[in-house]
Design a protein around this ligand. Structure first.
Ligand code: RAT
Ligand code: ZN
Length: 418
């Protein structure tokens, strides 16, 4: 009898939590999506969904088509090859494959038919302007942070020309080449009108600061970001540490913007796979500890790629209020790892984290990435609230709403404003 009561109240609690998690709009703090004013840079539709680099890596598990031949194919032909191998010849159980199906299904398409031409036809009938809103509404996303790079020539042209911004798409300043490719990148800063030399002297540092100010203002950036290799080491006697100390961190403190460190990517492990060819490795988080300790006035956002680094990262965040951890990044964005990481974070940090971002590169991906993550987050939250009820603490609907808002962007916004 008592078990029955417990089951009933647990089911009711799960229903309340699910409703709130599904109805709370999210601020997606790291994506590769663009404001619709960027035109063709904002990818959407079935061919972009199918040629997502996560799926390109997977198709080469099955096909013997040479890399060069694949890259010479038109996007539609690549998509057909991926559809054939990953969806028709094998059941599409990987997370990236399943994501395509969740997306189509939630957009109202019948995936049972396995009919690619019909799916294409449906997409061709959608009006691009309303499709953006349809995707955001279906995914229940209120705001999206872009990844804006002053080193991307195509993107730069749009910024230089100017456009009316869609307020749902906010800026983020990406600086990988500045931190990882000095002095090669100095010529790009010079061409952009900044007085820098290859030597990191005072003149160069002020030129770099000028560059950061210019693009940060143009993008109205919310934060600065960089992806770093597992070998990232700080402090070190190298250009990366020097530029961090002299330019990037002072700029972040002065403009009250966090610096997002995404640590653990090994670029071009298989260059033939192009964008799909990056790998990963375990990072050495002592460097992050050194940064948080040396710069209590700077704010750091961090996500790490290796599963093995997640526990250590949570413990670091317990030590440093200037560190906010976010997202299940890239190879960790698979259900069993999201489940494990989210539990780890909640149990060590309570609600002072941003458990997920989408990393979407194709607009429609917002739908599956958030739907899959919401289900896992709701399940864990239910379990945690249920544990509290065993101690006599009954969470109210208002408290659930407050907590979910915080997880879905509220805590991040507060951290940025601090
Ligand atoms: O998840 C991805 O799509 C990766 O290719 C990367 O873009 C990564 O998220 C990054 O921002 O470096
Ligand atoms: Zn990314």
């Amino acid at each position: 009898m008592q078990t029955d009561n417990f089951e009933t109240s647990r089911a009711q609690l799960a229903a309340r939590v699910n409703t709130t998690v599904n109805q709370t709009p999210v601020f997606d703090i790291h994506t590769h999506l663009y404001d619709p004013a960027f035109g063709s840079l904002l990818l959407y539709g079935i061919d972009d969904l199918l040629t997502y680099h996560y799926l390109v890596a997977e198709v080469f598990r099955y096909t013997e088509v040479p890399y060069q031949t694949f890259w010479k194919l038109k996007k539609t032909e690549q998509a057909e090859l991926i559809w054939k191998h990953l969806f028709l010849e094998h059941s599409p159980i990987s997370e990236a494959c399943r994501g395509v199906l969740t997306t189509l299904n939630k957009l109202g398409l019948d995936v049972r038919e396995r009919d690619l031409p019909k799916i294409r036809k449906w997409y061709a009938e959608q009006a691009p302007d309303t499709f953006v809103t349809q995707c955001l509404n279906t995914a229940n996303v209120r705001k999206i942070c872009m990844t804006n790079s002053p080193f991307d020539q195509i993107e730069r042209k749009v910024w230089e020309k100017g456009f009316t911004r869609d307020e749902r798409f906010v800026g983020g300043l990406r600086i990988d080449p500045l931190l990882l490719d000095w002095p090669a990148v100095a010529t790009e800063l010079q061409a952009d009108g900044h007085h820098v030399e290859t030597e990191l002297n005072q003149k160069t540092i002020s030129g770099i600061r000028h560059f950061l100010t210019k693009w940060g203002e143009k993008f109205a950036s919310n934060y600065l970001m960089v992806s770093l290799p597992p070998s990232f080491s700080y402090p070190a006697n190298d250009a990366t540490s020097n530029i961090l100390d002299e330019a990037v961190i002072p700029h972040c403190i002065e403009t009250n913007q966090p610096l997002a460190l995404m640590i653990g990517v090994k670029r071009a492990v298989n260059p033939q796979l192009e964008l799909a060819g990056d790998g990963m490795g375990r990072a050495e988080l002592q460097s992050l500890e050194n940064l948080c300790q040396r710069y209590p006035k700077a704010k750091f956002l961090c996500t790490v790629l290796a599963k093995e680094n997640q526990h250590e990262l949570c413990v670091l965040a317990r030590k440093f209020p200037n560190l906010h951890i976010f997202g299940c990044w890239w190879f960790t964005n698979i259900p069993h790892v999201i489940d494990e990481m989210t539990r780890l974070r909640f149990e060590l940090l309570g609600l002072s984290v941003t458990p997920q971002h989408s990393d979407a590169r194709v607009l429609d991906q917002l739908i599956y990435k958030w739907s899959h993550s919401r289900a896992i987050i709701a399940n864990i939250l239910t379990e945690k609230y249920s544990d509290l009820s065993q101690a006599g603490w009954q969470v109210t609907d208002t408290e659930i709403e407050r907590d979910v808002q915080s997880l879905f962007g509220g805590a991040f916004e507060q951290f940025c404003q601090r």
